[in-house]
Structure formats: C-alpha cells, structure tokens
Design a protein. Structure first.
Length: 147
C-alpha cells in the first residue's frame, strides 16, 4: 500500500515537468504517440494474419491426410472384395474349413504321452531341518537365595 502512495506522489510531483515538456514539444510528442500506436496496430495485424494462415494450413493438411487415409481404406476394401469374388469359396465354408483344421491340430497337440516316475531322494541332514528340537528346551526356574 505504501508503495502505491509513493508512486502516486512521484507522479503528481513529476507532472509539471511533463506538462512543460509537452508544451514545448507538443507536435513531436503527438507524432511519436501516433507512430507508436500505428506500429502496435501493424504488429498485431501481422500476428493475427500469421496465426490465421498457419491454422488454415494445418486444417488443410489434416483434411488432405484424411482423404489419403480414406482412399487407402477404400482401395483395400475393394481389393478384398475382388479377392473374395475370385476365390469362389463362400466365407462360411472357409470359416468351417479353418475351424476344422484348428481343432484337428489342437487334438494332436493335446495327446501327449505321460510317464510318471517316483524316486526316493534322501535329504541331507541340516540343523535347520531339525529346528523343532532346539525350540523345546525345558523351562528352568532358578530360585534366588533368600526367597
């Protein structure tokens, strides 16, 4: 708050100096002001036109790419339809043949010969394997002298 009061005070104190300068060079001050506004207006217009041009280019490029993708999909669909017409086998028949081959192959893989063998394997002795014996220590109650 104090900062604003100081800046307002400085502005009021410097206003007679500014008024004196404008009285002497009022024509040049007006020329500089209008020239500054003109430069800002030209710069903002240039930025606006640049942004509009770039956005229009991006939109056109995206439409062009979408048309290319649509054409590729259409050509692939037409090629697939002509391939289906040339084979002479209906789709249902092809599906039935493929599923029969799949099930036949799966049945061949499912039949495996299994042989189970059991061997005795002696575990080597380790103190860790007999830790229960270490846990069952008898409880020793010591009697203190005098009690």
């Amino acid at each position: 708050m104090f900062r604003y009061k100081v800046s307002a005070l400085l502005l009021v104190a410097s206003s007679p100096l500014f008024a004196e300068l404008t009285k002497q060079n009022s024509a040049s001050v007006l020329k500089i002001t209008f020239f500054g506004f003109f430069i800002v207006l030209i710069a903002l217009t240039a930025v606006y036109l640049f942004v509009m041009t770039v956005s229009a280019l991006v939109i056109n490029i995206s439409h062009f790419r979408q048309k290319q993708i649509d054409n590729k999909r259409r050509l692939a669909r037409e090629k697939q339809q002509t391939d289906n017409k040339n084979t002479g086998i209906p789709d249902e028949t092809a599906v039935a043949i493929m599923s029969a081959l799949y099930l036949y192959k799966k049945k061949l893989l499912d039949e495996e010969k299994t042989k189970l063998t059991f061997e005795r394997w002696a575990k080597p002795y380790s103190p860790w394997s007999s830790k229960i014996y270490g846990l069952r220590q008898p409880l020793i109650i010591s009697k203190r002298a005098g009690k």
